[in-house]
Design a protein around this ligand. Structure first.
Ligand SMILES: Cc1cc2nc3c(=O)[nH]c(=O)nc-3n(C[C@H](O)[C@H](O)[C@H](O)COP(=O)(O)OP(=O)(O)OC[C@H]3O[C@@H](n4cnc5c(N)ncnc54)[C@H](O)[C@@H]3O)c2cc1C
Length: 232
């Protein structure tokens, strides 16, 4: 199948003032792996206007390409997404990327670390793999500023209740009104104490990736056990 195709925006929903969930129609023959991303070619004649977005839905939810996107003040793609309407047609390019579950590793523990909308590929991966791989362990360490911005918190808490092989570790940095009784501080403060048998996956902005990488390398995690998806 051609990687480029025109697709209709089926829905657009604000999860917070500046986090949007969107869904495009996927062609019948479209397939992808959990963790991959797609490009929106806002101006197909100029590559400078391409923007990449991780796919939110798991492959088992067919017929749709969803994402969860933080809208930046005066960001080009962000402004275009704000003004897009359901029914609009856009050129997409997909699937792309290698940020998928490492099937070659002998490690049985997969540790996902993210902040903000860096959670998007992990949502897809967890919904796809948790119930199919009961012999593997999955951990999600997910940081946000406030509870409102911890999008999909309920879904992950629910998954943790249903799956013995999943541990959910949310942490907030700026919920100062006393309503949050959970973990606080940055994601790297909540890394597992032992690195034995673990493969780490980090997704988010470059500063956070650097901080987590530094913390993992300090603990002598081998580079081959670290996978990264960098948003900027
Ligand atoms: C493989 C890949 C997958 C991605 N998946 C997602 C995703 O699922 N969800 C998502 O929200 N983003 C994702 N991104 C980031 C996305 O592609 C854009 O870079 C981001 O949405 C900003 O685009 P823009 O056109 O609105 O801003 P631009 O006009 O490109 O940039 C405006 C400025 O904002 C800065 N900036 C960019 N992102 C942020 C941010 N989050 N916070 C603060 N400043 C920022 C840039 O450095 C730049 O200085 C992904 C990026 C890559 C490479």
């Amino acid at each position: 199948m051609d990687k480029r195709f025109y697709s209709k925006l089926i829905f657009k929903e604000y999860l917070t003032d500046n986090i949007m969930r969107i869904g495009f129609e996927a062609p019948d023959e479209f397939t992808f792996k959990a963790g991959q991303f797609f490009n929106i070619l806002f101006d197909p004649s100029d590559v400078n206007y391409n923007r990449s977005y991780s796919i939110l839905n798991p492959p088992s939810k067919a017929g749709i390409i969803e994402s969860c996107i933080k809208l930046i003040e005066k960001g080009y793609g962000s402004d275009r997404l704000r003004s897009m309407k359901e029914g609009d047609m856009m050129m997409l390019e997909a699937p792309h990327g290698v940020f998928v579950i490492d099937e070659k590793t002998a490690n049985n523990d997969h540790v996902f670390i993210c902040t903000g909308t860096g959670v998007t590929p992990f949502y897809s991966i967890l919904l796809e793999h948790l119930h199919r791989k009961p012999d593997k362990r999955f951990t999600l360490i997910y940081g946000a500023a406030t509870l409102k911005e911890l999008v999909f918190n309920e879904t992950f808490s629910d998954l943790e209740r249903k799956h013995d092989n999943f541990e959910y570790i949310p942490t907030l940095t700026r919920q100062s009104d006393g309503s949050w009784k959970g973990r606080t501080g940055r994601v790297q403060a909540h890394l597992p104490s032992s690195i034995e048998g673990k493969t780490f996956y980090i997704c988010g902005l470059k500063d956070m990736i650097k901080d987590v990488m530094d913390a993992l390398l300090d603990r002598n995690v081998d580079m081959e056990n670290i996978h990264i998806e960098r948003y900027t």
